[in-house]
Design a binder for this molecule. Structure first.
Ligand code: HEC
Ligand code: HEC
Ligand code: HEC
Ligand code: HEC
Ligand code: HEC
Ligand code: HEC
Ligand code: HEC
Ligand code: HEC
Length: 450
């Protein structure tokens, strides 16, 4: 009886100890402005290895040479070994192979996952020009990770809705986005397919625009026969791919030419800095087109942008007028806001325009705010990316949709005002929607699961 009792106590103690140690390992903090408000998931150790990779202690023990790594990994991860064997790292022009241990270290208990700095120790020029992007501000590859984790909705929304953000925005924290592991092939990165895993879909339809352009059509028709082992310099390609234009001459820098940037904010293309950027663009086109033609095309883009902003400001005006007359329904006070942001919580404001509007992608807003959001974020960005990439019809369609959206917004605003007048006349007040919005099932789920 006594023996049993002691055994049970011991087992209980053991469970407590292992339980405690497992627990002590578990919650880790995120990084960024709101780092203490969210916890990383297992995938984050891949997407941002510098901050989240922890070596798996319990696996293989020992220090190994590259040959030993390869021998054992031919059994455990044969695909990785085959890819590496076909890569330039296995057979460089000069010096011995860049082995598994060169990137991961040789002690299996403290393996690292390489960061841009790891690659940069051998590839200084690529790493330096990548870091240089920071000078140009958002958006850029080098700043992509902080841009995503510092967005309030990244922290505020349930994990399931925001997990994918970092898969794309990890372009900042590792170098295997365009030349994938373990081939690390420059030829692969020169193709448009290397970019469109991330640069596609409604807010950034670069994929759609490129393949609708003369350049993309040529790639589709003849790309099979192009020699992608050649660098992205004048004379090597008949038509440009994404990297040819944005990373010409192999410069690891996508921000030094961007004038209209993401396209969600109005930009003056005639500033001193933007004139310099335009010259850089003309140099790219000039590899294949006469300068005056290229100049005219790029001027066409500026004009397209100006037209788009005229339409967007008209729509914004309608919404702002409704807001000042307190006619947005449900109003910002009647629906949930970022719970962690005390300023926005105390002074809730309808989501219109550059600083406020982006949240409409993920939050419950009034129907009119959502219409404006779609006009601004989807139709406008289609019009922009079409014009930027020489996909004329795509741009035209984007403008047609913007015209329709503006008409619709005007019409709905008039209806709202008419209804409001009728309510005033008859002494009715509209029902308070806040119980549904603030205490609905989805809202509760939201609050419990971020
Ligand atoms: C005796 C066999 C053996 C040797 C030698 C060996 N590994 Fe491994 N390695 C493994 C096994 C088994 C795993 C776990 C695979 C899994 O869980 O899918 C692993 C996992 C890894 C991982 C993934 C770690 C993670 O956190 O996911 C890396 C990277 C790695 N090995 C690199 C190396 C390098 C570099 C060397 C040489 C310095 C090496 N391995 C030598 C067997 C070996
Ligand atoms: C040029 C650098 C480099 C070399 C050389 C290299 N790796 Fe890797 N390896 C990486 C990168 C980068 C990752 C991805 C890390 C991440 O996603 O954060 C990776 C990931 C891994 C993983 C994790 C599993 C996965 O999903 O890919 C294993 C296992 C691995 N490497 C094994 C090896 C082995 C074995 C060799 C030698 C045959 C090797 N590596 C050589 C850079 C390298
Ligand atoms: C220990 C030094 C070293 C490290 C670390 C290293 N590389 Fe390399 N890399 C080389 C050498 C050497 C070559 C071959 C150059 C040659 O043959 O002229 C090469 C070639 C390349 C190429 C060109 C391949 C081609 O198809 O032409 C790419 C891309 C590349 N590395 C990417 C990376 C990335 C990404 C990382 C980090 C995950 C990395 N390298 C880490 C030394 C290194
Ligand atoms: C792993 C995902 C990923 C891949 C692959 C990728 N990008 Fe990006 N790219 C991004 C993200 C995310 C941003 C926005 C970063 C931010 O929010 O600051 C971006 C931004 C850009 C920008 C905008 C820079 C600016 O200043 O306006 C350009 C241009 C660009 N990428 C071109 C390319 C090209 C060309 C390729 C292929 C050679 C490519 N990207 C591959 C994720 C990716
Ligand atoms: C499919 C890949 C992908 C996913 C998923 C993704 N993004 Fe992005 N994001 C991009 C690209 C590409 C750009 C740059 C577009 C451009 O310049 O045209 C970008 C731009 C941005 C910007 C920059 C806006 C600016 O003005 O600088 C922010 C902020 C952002 N993303 C946050 C997020 C958040 C938060 C999530 C998750 C809810 C997310 N992204 C999911 C690819 C992605
Ligand atoms: C946005 C896509 C993209 C990302 C991210 C990227 N590369 Fe590249 N990389 C390319 C392209 C495209 C080429 C081919 C350039 C050319 O044709 O000259 C290339 C080529 C290379 C080469 C071979 C250069 C040569 O002359 O053979 C090296 C080395 C390299 N990259 C290293 C890196 C390192 C280090 C990082 C991370 C800091 C990185 N890359 C991130 C697209 C990318
Ligand atoms: C013929 C050259 C060319 C090709 C090919 C090309 N782009 Fe562009 N891209 C441009 C120009 C020009 C702009 C507008 C730049 C500006 O406003 O300064 C632009 C704008 C962009 C932007 C917005 C950020 C910026 O730099 O202003 C992104 C992101 C982008 N392109 C990605 C891609 C992707 C991904 C591909 C391939 C699917 C691609 N581009 C193919 C020339 C090109
Ligand atoms: C590597 C060569 C190359 C570069 C660089 C290049 N283009 Fe092109 N471009 C072509 C080819 C080839 C065609 C197809 C001509 C034809 O239809 O016969 C074309 C067609 C076009 C068209 C369609 C013209 C028409 O007649 O319908 C436009 C617009 C265009 N390019 C704009 C640009 C701009 C703007 C740039 C610079 C940002 C640029 N291109 C850079 C090779 C290039």
């Amino acid at each position: 009886m006594r023996i049993w009792h002691t055994t049970i106590t011991l087992i209980a103690l053991l469970i407590t100890i292992t339980g405690a140690s497992a627990q002590a390992k578990e919650p880790q903090k995120g990084v960024g402005l709101y780092g203490d408000k969210w916890q990383p998931d297992p995938m984050h150790e891949y997407w941002d290895p510098e901050n989240y990779h922890t070596p798996q202690k319990k696996l293989v023990e020992g220090n190994f040479t590259n040959i030993e790594c390869i021998e054992c990994h031919t059994g455990t991860t044969p695909g990785i070994v085959k890819d590496w064997q076909k890569s330039r790292h296995a057979t460089p022009k000069k010096g011995g192979p860049v082995g598994c241990d060169s990137c991961h270290g040789s002690d299996h208990q403290t393996l690292i996952f390489p960061t841009p700095t790891t690659c940069g120790s051998c590839h200084k020029s690529q790493h330096n020009s990548f870091l240089d992007e920071r000078r140009f501000g958002f958006p850029s590859h080098a700043l992509a990770m902080e841009r995503a984790v510092d967005a309030p909705h990244f922290v505020d929304k349930p994990k399931a809705e925001v997990l994918s953000c970092l898969q794309c925005h990890s372009v900042a924290t590792k170098c295997d986005s365009c030349h994938t592991r373990h081939r690390f092939s420059a030829a692969e990165a020169r193709r448009p397919e290397a970019c469109i895993t991330c640069h596609s879909g409604p807010p950034h339809p670069d994929d759609e625009a490129y393949f609708a352009s003369a350049h993309g059509k040529l790639y589709l028709a003849q790309g099979e026969s192009w020699d992608f082992s050649k660098p992205l310099t004048k004379g090597n390609y008949k038509a440009p791919t994404c990297a040819y234009c944005h990373m010409r001459n192999g410069k690891h820098q996508v921000a030094d030419k961007s004038i209209h940037k993401f396209g969600i904010r109005e930009v003056n293309p005639a500033t001193g800095e933007n004139r310099i950027k335009r010259k850089r663009w003309l140099a790219v086109c000039n590899d294949c087109h006469p300068t005056d033609k290229a100049q005219a095309w790029l001027k066409g883009l500026d004009q397209e942008r100006q037209k788009a902003w005229e339409k967007l400001y008209k729509a914004e005006r309608v919404l702002k007028d409704l807001r000042s007359d307190d006619l947005i329904y449900p109003s910002a006070q009647q629906r949930p806001d970022y719970p962690m942001d005390w300023i926005k919580k105390s002074w809730a404001k309808e989501r219109i325009g550059f600083y406020e509007g982006q949240a409409s992608a993920l939050y419950n807003v009034s129907p009119l705010e959502r219409d404006y959001f779609e006009m601004w974020y989807f139709d406008n960005l289609h019009a922009y990316k079409g014009a930027a990439h020489g996909a004329a019809d795509m741009s035209k369609q984007g403008h047609k949709k913007m015209d329709k959206a503006l008409q619709n917004i005007n019409k709905r605003a008039q209806e709202i005002r008419k209804l409001h007048n009728q309510e005033n006349k008859s002494g009715l007040t509209p029902a308070d929607p806040s119980p549904i919005w603030l205490k609905g099932e989805y809202t509760r789920f939201n609050k419990d699961n971020n």
